[in-house]
Design a protein around this ligand. Structure first.
Ligand code: S3P
Length: 189
């Protein structure tokens, strides 16, 4: 676990830490772990822009993620995701919430490892299931047994997410707990 070089300067106890980010912080992890909620709060506290890669892909394609999967297929979605993330990590530092499958793509993963400090937001399966079952817009879970699919994705992906620079648990409690843990790991607590 190392966040070396991700930020500059020391941290005050609380309040915004404006302009400190010298390297993009990319949140990775399974759908429903809270990457967007945690990322948005973290960005706010660090005075950095927040970008959600799914939203950027939707904007670029003029289609929802669901529509891209339906009409163009997952491989095309992954190509778009790779292009969007490449553009973002080559720009000024941001807090980036990536889609759950982004870090599984070897090229996207290599880009993120090279250009960003990666944070695996980890949660247990029950917590994730509780969150994802509130919304039915995720194309990968539109199956007969979505909980089983989620469990399989979790098992297959966890060892890859574990390659992230920082691992933070995102429990059932408020997202501010994970935000604080990330700031501590980054050295801006
Ligand atoms: C996906 C996760 C989704 C979205 C797409 C595929 C995945 O993002 O990119 O449905 O492969 O796990 P979230 O993790 O933001 O739900």
């Amino acid at each position: 676990m190392s966040a070396q070089g991700s930020v500059s300067g020391g941290g005050e106890a609380d309040g915004p830490v404006s302009g400190r980010l010298t390297r993009t912080v990319a949140l990775v992890g399974l759908m429903g772990v809270g990457k967007s909620t945690v990322g948005r709060k973290l960005a706010e506290q660090l005075g950095a822009p927040f970008v959600d890669s799914d939203e950027e892909i939707e904007r670029a394609a003029g289609l929802s993620v669901e529509e891209i999967f339906d009409r163009l297929g997952e491989p095309e979605f992954r190509r778009g995701e790779r292009r969007v993330i490449e553009r973002l990590v080559n720009g000024p530092p941001i807090v980036l919430a990536t889609g759950g499958g982004a870090y599984m793509d070897p090229e996207t993963r290599a880009l993120l490892k090279e250009k960003a400090t990666t944070v695996w937001l980890r949660a247990d399966l029950e917590t994730i299931w509780k969150r994802v079952s509130r919304r039915d817009t995720r194309p990968l879970l539109k199956k007969d047994n979505p909980k089983q699919v989620l469990a399989e994705l979790n098992a297959a992906r966890a060892p890859v997410y574990a390659e992230a620079d920082i691992v933070v648990d995102s429990g059932d409690g408020p997202s501010t707990i994970a935000v604080k843990a990330i700031r501590e790991a980054l050295g801006v607590a």
